[in-house]
Design a protein around this ligand. Sequence first.
Ligand code: PLP
Length: 368
Amino acid sequence: MNRLIYADNAATTKMSQAAYEAMMRFQLIDFANASQPYSFARNAKNALKEARETIARCINASPNEIFFTSCGTESDNWVIKGCKCCKIYTSLIEHHAILNACIEVALDGTEVNYMPVNHTGIVEPQVLDGVLTENSLVSIMMANNEIGTILPIKQLAKIAHSHHSLFHTDAVQAVGHIPVNVRELDVDFLSASAHKFNGPKGIGFLYIKDGIKINPLISGGTQENSLRAGTENVASIVAMAIALEENTSRLEENMKYIQGLEDALIHQLLSLNIKFHKNGAEVKIPGNISLSFNGYSGESLLHRLDLLGICVSTGAACDSKNIRISHVLKAIGVDEPLAKGTIRISLGKENTQEDVNRIVEALARIVK
Ligand code: PLP
């Protein structure tokens, strides 16, 4: 069998070697509970402090604005459930971490409004401006996981603030992949997850702007300024900081490299006369490629690529009777036959031109 080609980097990424090695140290050697007062805990405590400073620097925040969580899903849930606003404005293309948290708060009486998106997946700022009421929470993602579209967060946050409302962005697909500067964006909350930027699974963070109030989601000890209880996962936090710093320091280079691979893939498909539709906006996360093939089933494309040693995702999933089309493809108005035949190829910095050639060859074999 051919070498495995991993082209599902929007689902998760391979961990950085340096992050992995640091993680081992804090599991096997400096394994103390960072909250303990004895000297053996000093290395863990210092590492925690340094990791918080590093992460803050990568997104231009202050260290006291970074709160460690267990994942992007927890960060998202914390904002939706912890803000206690009577009204929430979110979008139709959010990740289920937001959508399902919104369903829960709606059961408790919160009014949830779902903003439409245009055919490229953008919430038009003027549409939000036209409906938003005061003292609400707006939660709109920075980059969509299925189609890669980057949303105009700076303008949307400005509109939220002009209506005396709070603004959260789920930046799980953005952090470590495109420049993210919380001061420039002027957001109140921002969610991130380490495993999307070559850090470990099961660790993430929430940026909370200094002075913004939120209730804890998890109660217990006094960790994270009494806002997120639970013994700190020092090993994973340290590894997350290393991975983020590595990616942030090579951001332009990585973006250019991955965009080059994406351009080559599209060019090769076109030159082979393969018919496809590319979903999403022009301004998007490099390497996140949503392709629809009319008359095909995304699920069977995924399995046939799998047989050829290639991992991708699909935009539609079959249960025993029906094909469920993704809410994102529905929201951007992709016709059903196209939506059914959608796959997401998400290239990362580990992919090569040879990987692209093999993906194209495989697609040509399957769809021609
Ligand atoms: N938000 C977005 C946009 C995502 O893509 C994901 C994961 O795919 C999440 C949230 C959830 O992150 P995690 O897997 O860390 O819980």
